[in-house]
Design a protein around this ligand. Structure first.
Ligand code: NAD
Length: 259
């Protein structure tokens, strides 16, 4: 299938590794010019070079913290009129809500709710004027089924989800869609970090916790960034203009509900 997005501009956040990188790579493979953002310049340059090599597409890098005003200004200066926006930043720490201060909550809200909203605010009107836009927010399966040690994620991402549900119905008339992708367990550095927190909390080895988690999943494996990126690229395609305000779960069937 030709996704019809060759030559478009995409701003992809949190893209030096993991799911954001999977999205950047899948878009670049469709001929999209991707501007990739992450905090650490070395890892980002390496990822960009690999994406250029595997796709032949143009890749621009912006090393910044996307959760800050300055970081967002830098990213938007490099890609001022994106046709495609993928919002993403690191997930919040695990823990018990009794130990979280107001500052911990503000940091989670900044990263996982307010940053995507600020990026949407800066780009959505231009997309509507130009008659094409695709916004994909990387959220979490925690929006659909809360994860006990990730209360900061359960809360902050639900705020974004509620906001997007309203806005996405105002932009679709102009061929601008906004959807959320909800990862279950994907084999990335983030998964390793949360598994090692779980191992510490329960006194088991990380290998034991990883294996138990793998077997718990109906697919008996973790997802790959490439699988995640492929879904993102389809959502960003010309064919997906009637698909908006959705929360799409990619979890190997882990969520047990019928819907
Ligand atoms: P990851 O740690 O593998 O990669 C995160 C990427 O974001 C890296 O490129 C990192 O440099 C970048 N990044 C982090 N904070 C940033 C910031 N402030 N500014 C700019 N770039 C930043 O994580 P991942 O597994 O790809 O996860 C992506 C998102 O999906 C996270 O929010 C995570 O919590 C969420 N998630 C992941 C899983 C999973 O199993 N992997 C499951 C549910 C939710």
């Amino acid at each position: 299938m030709n996704l019809g997005i060759d030559g478009m501009q995409a701003l992809v956040c949190g893209a030096s590794k993991g799911l954001g990188r999977g999205c950047a790579e899948a878009l670049a493979a469709e001929g999209v010019h991707v501007t990739v953002v992450a905090r650490h310049a070395d890892a980002l340059e390496l990822a960009a070079a690999e994406i250029r090599q595997s796709t032949g597409s143009k890749v621009t890098t912006v090393a910044c913290d996307i959760t800050t005003d300055g970081g967002r200004m830098k990213a938007l200066a490099a890609c001022p009129q994106p046709d495609i926006l993928v919002t993403n930043a690191g997930g919040p720490p695990t823990g018990d809500f009794r130990n979280w201060s107001r500052d911990d909550w503000i940091a989670a809200l900044d990263a996982n709710m307010l940053t995507p909203i600020e990026l949407i605010k800066a780009t959505v009107d231009g997309m509507m004027q130009r008659g094409f836009g695709r916004i994909v927010n990387i959220t979490s399966s925690s929006v659909k089924a809360p994860i006990d040690i990730l209360g900061l994620s359960n809360g902050a991402r639900s705020g974004l989800t509620g906001f997007v549900a309203g806005l996405a119905r105002k932009t679709v008339l102009h061929n601008v869609t906004i959807n959320n992708l909800l990862p279950g367990p994907f084999d990335t550095a983030r998964l390793t970090a949360t598994l090692s927190d779980a191992a510490l909390a329960t006194g088991r080895s990380i290998d034991e916790v990883r294996e138990a988690r793998r077997l718990q999943n109906p697919a008996q494996r973790f997802g790959t960034p490439a699988e995640f990126g492929a879904m993102c690229a389809f959502l960003c395609s010309r064919h997906a203009g009637y698909l908006t305000a959705q929360n799409i779960l990619l979890d190997g069937g882990a969520y047990p509900g019928t819907f």
